[in-house]
Write a protein that binds this ligand. Structure first.
Ligand code: PMP
Length: 408
């Protein structure tokens, strides 16, 4: 019997995360002694703030080492309610909050709790790699809606309307987004809400994991705030991974209708019982403690964003729009496709372009097709200014070496 026949259909329908695969490839190359300029990382390069670590140590010493309530500790839930109130003016009750092992798990469980076979989920592209596979893993059908760079990589009301059917259960809105960094303005959210108000069965999953890593004026906005009439249909997800450099602690949360939250909790009770008690203590400290870490890191990200976007836009064949939030740049490399490498190889697509950067200049990026963005690649600037500068020099040299096809 082959391995494939021992697994369920839902596993055969999906792929391991391409970003995890890219990180693995980089680790392998590094273990062979190669120096890799790694721009694939999807996590802050900063350490978790000291006061957050200290809270975890205190929790361990105080014996907070047992199962917690399925939906998280009362302290963490209160901290989340307070964050959503002070940040957005949103008022959630305790029964509307769930805490899970990362936003990823919360999103997965929300889909698992609501999708039956053939139910559709509208996923605007470019998308975070996990959405389509999470939908497929839960028997749903992802409906990918391409969003052009001319539209700021954002879903337009017309495209949304065209994608909705009577099987649509969810629309996913990731703002600010991975990999584009695009964020919806209040007016854009209002225009999408107008469409959604005509479709009462459709819920909206807002993934706001990058909300604090924000370079615009004011603050990034949430659909639940902009259109209160949709509030009981919005499942807002977020977490501490990106904002507080806590990816390994695995704490994320969801806020939304109590019936949905209760269904998520039922699944979680059978899946993991609860998230880690110690990590929850740390997450509560992150949300309620001093926020200067966030201000400082965003200042650093902003400087890196500006420098890197400029370097990229100076490279022939490449261009990018500086993101409104998050720590990624989605770079247009369509102009390089069809050109030839010094080895005479034709760059057929973005995946091959990314491989060319890795092989020729040891620069690791993730090809755009992985995010539903063919003709692009993603750079993460969650790495040091030195790595970014060296990597951009490598990319520039690789691009300069490309030549048009020699006529046959
Ligand atoms: N949503 C998006 C858009 C992300 O980029 C990520 C992390 N790569 C997540 C959710 C998951 O975050 P967490 O660590 O909380 O599971």
């Amino acid at each position: 019997m082959t391995f494939a026949h021992t697994t369920a259909a839902r596993v055969r329908r999906i792929n391991p995360s391409p970003s995890t695969a890219a990180a693995q490839r980089v680790r392998e190359l590094k273990s062979q002694g190669l120096v890799i300029h790694d721009l694939t990382v999807g996590e802050p390069d900063f350490d978790t703030p000291a006061h957050v670590k200290a809270a975890a140590v205190r929790a361990i010493e105080a014996g907070e080492t047992k199962y917690t309530p399925v939906n998280g500790t009362p302290r963490l839930r209160a901290a989340i309610i307070e964050k959503l109130r002070s940040r957005h003016g949103l008022h959630y009750t305790d029964a509307q909050i769930t805490v899970g092992g990362g936003a990823k798990q919360v999103i997965f469980l929300a889909l698992m709790a609501t999708l039956d076979e053939g139910d559709e989920v509208v996923v605007p592209a470019p998308y975070w790699v996990s959405y389509p596979d999470m939908v497929l893993a839960n028997d749903g059908t992802p409906v990918i809606v391409p969003c052009s760079e001319a539209d700021g990589f954002k879903l337009t009301p017309g495209a949304l309307r065209g994608a909705l059917t009577d099987r649509t259960r969810w629309v996913v809105l990731n703002t600010p987004g991975n990999p584009t960094g695009a964020a919806y303005t209040p007016d854009e959210l209002r225009a999408l809400a107008e469409v959604l108000l005509d479709h009462p069965r459709v819920r909206v999953l807002t993934d706001e994991i990058y909300d604090e890593i924000w370079y615009g004026d004011g603050r990034s906005r949430s659909l639940a705030v902009v259109e209160p009439r949709l509030a009981d249909r919005v499942f807002l997800t977020n977490g501490v991974s990106k904002t507080y450099a806590m990816t390994g602690w695995r704490i994320g949360y969801g806020a939304g209708p109590a019936d949905l939250v209760s269904a998520v909790n039922t699944l979680q009770s059978q899946m993991s019982s609860c998230p880690s008690s110690v990590s929850q203590a740390a997450a509560a400290a992150a949300l309620t403690g001093p926020q200067d870490f966030v201000e400082e890191t965003v200042r650093t990200y902003r400087a890196r964003r500006d420098t890197t976007a400029k370097l990229v836009n100076d490279i022939p064949h490449l261009s990018c729009t500086p993101p409104a939030g998050g720590f990624y740049l989605l770079v247009d490399c369509a102009d390089a496709i069809g050109l030839h490498t010094p080895d005479g190889e034709r760059i057929a697509d973005d995946e091959q372009f990314a491989r060319y950067l890795l092989d020729s200049r040891q620069v690791a990026v993730i090809h755009g097709s992985a995010y539903g963005a063919p003709g692009y690649f993603r750079i993460s600037f969650a790495t040091s200014a030195d790595v970014l500068t060296e990597a951009c020099a490598g990319i520039a040299a690789a691009c300069a070496a490309l030549t048009p096809a020699t006529p046959a």
